[in-house]
Structure formats: C-alpha cells, structure tokens
Design a protein around this ligand. Structure first.
Ligand code: EPZ
Length: 430
C-alpha cells in the first residue's frame, strides 16, 4: 500500500507535458484486435494501471503485446486464440467491456465477464446490448456475471441511443466496423476519444464517417489491416493540471494538448478570474489571488466534463461567493465531498446538486481517494491547503495519471509517494 504526502501552499510554476489520453488508449488497444496484423500505437500512457491491465487482457486472449519504448506499444493480433475474457481481468476497469465489441467484431462471438471500474452509481450496459442486438447479435447475461454475444453473421443496422453513452458508442463502432452493410448510430457520444477511435479504425482501413457529431455512419468492410497511429493528448489530465495551476495561484504551461478539447474548462477558469492563454499545442494558466465563484453543469461533450467535476469543486471551495454544481451524468459523484469537508470546505450536497460556499483556505488533513477523479481532486486540495495532506487509496489515481509525482515535483510541488506498512492483525482485548 502507498499514499501521497503533500505539503501544501506552494505555487506551481513551469511546464508540464501531458500524456496520451487514457480513455482513448483503453478503446484503441482492444480495437487493434480487429485486424489479423500488427498495430503500432504511439503516445500511449503505458504506465497507468488501466492501460497495463488492458494490455494484459489482450495477452490473455493470445495477442502479443510489447513495449517499444515507454509511450509506444506494438500489438500483434495474429496469435489471438480465444474469444473469452475472465473476471480476473475485467474487474479492474470499466473499459474491459470494449473487448465485447472488438471480439464480436472479429469472431461474431464474445464471452466477457461484467466490467469493474469507478463506483459512480449504477452503470448499466443496456445501450451496448441494444446496439449489439441491432447488428443481429443474440446477447445473454449469465447470472449478472458474464455477457455472451453471438451472431451467425453481423449485419449493419440503425441504432438510436436512448442516452448519450461514450461506452455504448465505442462498443457499437467496434462491433459494426466489419459487419455487412451500413450501421448508423444516432444520438452518439461526441467525446474526443470517440473521434480518435474512429480515426484509428479508419487508418486500419475502416469506413467510418461523422465521428464527433450526433450521427456516426459505419460502412462495414471485409477486413482491416495493421497500422501506426498516435493517440491524442489526455483532455482530463490536461484539465487537472490547469486547475492545479489555478488553485495554487501558479503560472504553468500545459504542453502537448489540443486547446479545442479544453474549451469548456478554459471558459470556466476565465469566469473564475483565472488567466488562460491558448497557443497551438499548449495552454498557459496563471492563477489569481482570489478565485471568483461560478456555476457548473456537467454534460456530454462539448459540455463541461463530469470527469473534471471533483477537481472544479476543490477550486470553487475557496472561491469568493457561492457556487452551484449540477452533476448531469453520474448519480453518485460527490463521495469526495466528505473528504473536502474534513479539510475545512463548506459544501452541501442534495441529490445531483452541490452548493459550495467559498472559504478562505483549506487545511491539510488525512483523506482518501474514493475513485480516480476524486483522487485527482484530493491532490489539488492538498496542493492548495495550508499544512500537510495525506492521501490514501492512491491506486485509484494510478489508474489514470502517469508520473503524477514527477510531473508535480517538476512544477515545484512538495509531494511524495510513501509506502504504508500493511496493518498487522488486531488483537482483541480480553
Ligand atoms: C466514460 O464512461 C468514461 N470512461 C468515464 O470516465 C466518463 O465519466 C464517462 O464516459 C462520461 O463522460 C471511459 O471512457 C473508459 P457513459 P462510460 O456510457 O462510457 C448511462 C474516468 O474517470 N448509461 O457515457 O461508462 C450511464 O449510467 C471515467 O476516466 C446507460 O444508462 O460512460 C451514465 O449515466 C469515469 N446505459 C451515462 O449513460 C448504458 O448502456 C453516461 O455513461 C450506458 C450508459
């Protein structure tokens, strides 16, 4: 077990390089099995645990996965010999369900254990199943534990998503890319990683149009071939460093980003009185002594991302005035509030709303990372707080933030990763 120890109150200064996008990587790695060939994928955040687990999952079905260097992997799908993925792997991350779409697309059959992932409330997969069924697959869930999908032959069809779902959009694209005929996904998700996956598949020889809009058209092709592809920068990692710069009243250049992907975050920071300058591939964020209040409503892209909601709540906890956050995606994304209250924040949660009364400062405390983005929020809180913050359960943070200690230390933060001895047995008295 490990924890982070942060001595807060240091302004961040300098330049930080953003890694490849986790949520694109965990879709593109399984997509590589749709060909019987070799794919070379660059700008991979290869040390975050979600990506490591996704690579192991591919190996578990027979693919050869090797690291060419720390941000480039090679996937050889010619040796795949199984269309089943066990819970031993899928329990670690939500994105494991992309193997369902990818294996279905490759073999017209897939058997994959139900996925794990961050606990953000109920996470149904009905829209994924609806999509597979629209392609002619028969889908069965065995004892709520294993999903099996099979079809004599997948054929394209229309799919209207009842909710805008990133995962369902990706899974349907994966299954449809080699199906016979045309698949049209209406009310599709538009996140940058959806577009990145479509670009990757098109580089492999697929025919996908409209990714990034509400309607994605996929004309099935007979086969796909290997390719070389570079993943987009991570929108949420970049946004997290933008907020860390603002929260510590720092001056940071966030490098290797696509500023267009960060517009909803930049706009809110400007509203809070933070200086944001956009360049071609970087963004400069300069903090302000006193952050101004603002309201946030999380929405599918291009709205404000739910994955930045906890980090934004930390910033607003020291803003001048009252801010209101409305969570529009997940039913249970305020668990971190309990931790912030222990640091002196004043936040009331009522269902999907959080009302934040700005306080003068946060004070260091022992806290917990309840999930990935909650953990990122705790880091920002620790960086801006007076005194020392210790964050436990940092394995959640390691799922999505590469070299976080090194990157923050490079900006002048005082943050250390330390080992925590495993608790020994507790003796009962008497
Ligand atoms: C993706 O999760 C991201 N994960 C999440 O990021 C992110 O919070 C989320 O999209 C929303 O942007 C990955 O990309 C790996 P959804 P996903 O399907 O695909 C409902 C992070 O921190 N829904 O878009 O699981 C669902 O309950 C993670 O990096 C259905 O009702 O999210 C939710 O309310 C956490 N039926 C809404 O749609 C379905 O079949 C959006 O979920 C599917 C989803």
């Amino acid at each position: 077990m490990e924890k982070f120890v942060i001595n807060g109150g240091k302004e961040l200064h300098g330049t930080v390089n953003i890694s490849g996008a986790k949520n694109a990587a965990v879709a593109i790695i399984p997509a590589a099995i749709l060909c019987n060939d070799i794919c070379v994928i660059e700008n991979i955040p290869s040390s975050i645990s979600d990506v490591v687990m996704m690579m192991r999952m591919l190996e578990s079905i027979g693919a050869k996965v090797c690291l060419r260097n720390k941000s480039t992997i090679e996937i050889d799908s010619r040796t795949i010999n199984s269309d089943c993925v066990s819970y031993e792997y899928t329990k670690h991350l939500r994105a494991s369900y992309y193997l369902l779409g990818a294996l279905l697309g490759r073999y017209s059959h897939a058997r994959v254990a139900m996925p794990g992932g961050c606990d953000l409330g109920v996470r149904p997969i009905d829209q994924h199943i609806k999509g597979f069924e629209a392609l002619g697959a028969d889908v069965r869930i065995e004892e709520n534990a294993i999903v099996e999908a099979k079809a004599p032959e997948l054929r394209g069809g229309p799919v209207y998503l009842d909710v805008v779902s990133v995962g369902a959009t990706i899974n349907i694209m994966l299954a449809a890319v080699r199906a016979k005929g045309l698949t049209v996904i209406e009310n599709a998700a538009k996140e940058p990683h959806i577009v990145d996956l479509a670009n990757f598949l098109n580089t492999m020889g697929a025919d996908i149009r409209g990714a990034g809009t509400d309607t994605i058209k996929i004309r099935g092709v007979e086969s796909l071939h290997g390719c070389q592809y570079s993943i987009i920068p991570d929108q949420i990692e970049a946004g997290t460093y933008m907020l860390a710069a603002a929260a510590t009243n720092g001056d940071v250049i966030i490098n290797n980003v696509i500023p267009k992907h960060l517009e909803s975050i930049s706009t809110k920071l400007l509203e809070c009185g933070v200086k944001v300058e956009e360049y071609d591939e970087c963004i400069r964020v300069c903090g302000n002594d006193r952050i101004m209040r603002c309201n946030i409503k999380t929405m599918p892209h291009p709205g404000f991302p739910t994955d930045m909601q906890p980090q934004m709540a930390v910033l607003l906890s020291v803003a001048k005035g009252t801010s209101i956050i409305s969570e529009g995606i997940w039913e249970n994304r305020y668990r971190y509030v309990e931790q912030l209250l222990r640091m002196g924040a004043s936040i009331k949660v009522d269902g999907k709303l959080a009302v934040i009364e700005g306080v003068d400062y946060l004070k260091g405390a022992p806290v917990r990372a309840d999930d990935l983005r909650a953990g990122a929020a705790m880091i920002i809180a620790g960086l801006m707080a007076h005194g020392t913050t210790e964050i436990e359960d940092i394995l959640h943070i390691d799922r999505g933030y590469e070299y976080v200690v090194e990157k923050l230390t490079g900006l002048g933060a005082d943050i250390k990763r330390i080992d925590v001895p495993e608790p020994t047995g507790i003796r009962s008295a008497g």
